[in-house]
Design a protein around this ligand. Structure first.
Ligand code: FES
Length: 175
């Protein structure tokens, strides 16, 4: 009887890779835009996954009848694309004109202080990715922030800090 056979629990690295490729393919093939381009394909992947995995480059190239170099050229031209997975939570604070006028600067400062960051980026524990947004589309509710795409309007610096701090608390509680 073989003694080195251990049952496999959970996804294997191969099946995770295949799942990732499936999601990339789906994001590329189900774009609801009138004109599909390399850029629209990359945006669709970024919307779905939160980043552009390496595997996406060849898929986008093939789908758009383009070359790998051309796709890398487009992907690297836009600073908003990221190439590694984001943290567990994404926090965005609007610094557009309406929000700026009613206290976005204080909200941003309190969130950055809480996250121990100087600007956009990931916390060292990968619990939060912080981003600026130029308009979250809810100007009458300014100042506005969003956490994992859920909007919080008329937010004070103190409330913003408390929202962010609770993300870290719950992440620590789970792990
Ligand atoms: S400017 Fe902040 S939501 Fe529009």
């Amino acid at each position: 009887m073989p003694s080195d056979v251990t049952p496999k629990i959970g996804p294997t690295p191969d099946s995770e890779k295949q799942d990732l490729k499936d999601r990339i393919n789906k994001a590329v093939r189900t774009q609801k835009r009138p004109t599909v381009t390399v850029l629209s394909s990359l945006l669709s992947i970024e919307d779905d996954l939160g980043y552009i995995p390496e595997e996406a480059i060849s898929i986008v190239a093939e789908y758009n009848d383009s070359t790998i170099n051309e796709v890398w050229g487009v992907a690297s031209f836009y600073p908003n694309f990221r190439f590694d997975p984001p943290s567990k939570n994404t926090v965005e604070v609007c610094w557009g004109p309406s929000c700026h006028l009613v206290g976005a600067t204080e909200v941003i400062k309190s969130v950055l202080d809480e996250l121990d960051l100087d600007g956009e980026g990931d916390t060292t524990d990968k619990i939060v990715t912080f981003k600026f947004n130029t308009c979250l589309g809810a100007c009458p509710q300014a100042p506005v922030m969003s956490i994992n795409h859920r909007m919080y309007g008329k937010v004070s610096a103190k409330q913003a800090q408390s929202h962010v701090s609770s993300l870290r608390e719950s992440a620590k509680g789970v792990s």
